[in-house]
Design a protein around this ligand. Sequence first.
Ligand SMILES: Nc1ncnc2c1ncn2[C@@H]1O[C@H](COP(=O)(O)OP(=O)(O)OP(=O)(O)O)[C@@H](O)[C@H]1O
Length: 331
Amino acid sequence: MTALMLSNVNKSFGNVHVLKDITLEVEEGEFVVFVGPSGCGKSTLLRVIAGLEDASSGEINIGGQQVNLVPPSKRGIAMVFQSYALYPHLSVRGNMTLALKQEKQSKAMIEERVSIASRMLNLEPYLDRYPSELSGGQRQRVAIGRAIVRKPKLFLFDEPLSNLDAALRMNTRIEIANLHRALDASMIYVTHDQTEAMTLADKIVVLRDGRVEQIGSPMELYNNPANQFVAGFLGSPSMNFLPEGLLGDGGQNTIGIRPEDLFLADDGPLAARVSHVEKLGGDTNVIAKVHDQSVTARLFGQHAISEGQELRFTYAAEKAYRFDADGQRLR
Ligand SMILES: Nc1ncnc2c1ncn2[C@@H]1O[C@H](COP(=O)(O)OP(=O)(O)OP(=O)(O)O)[C@@H](O)[C@H]1O
């Protein structure tokens, strides 16, 4: 069954058209990530799905039911916000049980659900603490616990990890992946962070300026981007784009080469002058100028390369992407 279906959803604030004809599906049990640059409409789309904003037109279907006119609390969804949005005057247990109490669920059922969720999230020692007595990571786990106990048909996460430091982000990312596996729930997750998108998603939806640019599995999008925007958006460091003319091919198109597909070669076609080197230990990122174009090469291992050095790079022809003047992929 389909957990969520959006058909031609539009949203305008006054005369600002923010979401443009969004059509997509989330299958039951699927983990779908929305990515895109700041302001492209990710949060607005999530809020329209949750019912916190009304769609201006189009249809929203959750678990087989059209929900355009159904209030948020009746949509069978639970949302986890970046800001956690916990009630400061309620304990962890109080925060986790509030919605169930409001739904007048039985005491035994509430106990059982809190017990299962707090065990899953390692929150058992903290049930009687208040949010102010918890770390950022613990607060985020409470916010997730509060969503889990409601057994929603669909989980919505709005940049849940962006307030955490790098190490905690990684741990929490792994916890969310484990949680998804354990709950077998349908989840939609908004993020800026492409590592989160690539590692968590069954399916990524790339948005740009309120439109869907491409939908696919992380590897489909990485290996087969439909256009220059998607090619440049996924991958870190980003894909290099060079005018075809620079590579001696004479055409007017743009050639895309990923940093990991550039290699040092004395007779390589790309003559470059190194402008910056990032030594990461396992890898070395070399940022260099080819004529006036900046390119980044990600070389495996450690290299004695320094600023100002002249190098030549090569690449395998089958690893090069071609885009026309409008940024559409040429095959
Ligand atoms: N209530 C509102 N009234 C008017 N414009 C709004 C409102 N909410 C959002 N917008 C506009 O809609 C666009 C999309 O905003 P949204 O917050 O959905 O983007 P986003 O992709 O989530 O961005 P970010 O990654 O920066 O959080 C922006 O141009 C924003 O200014």
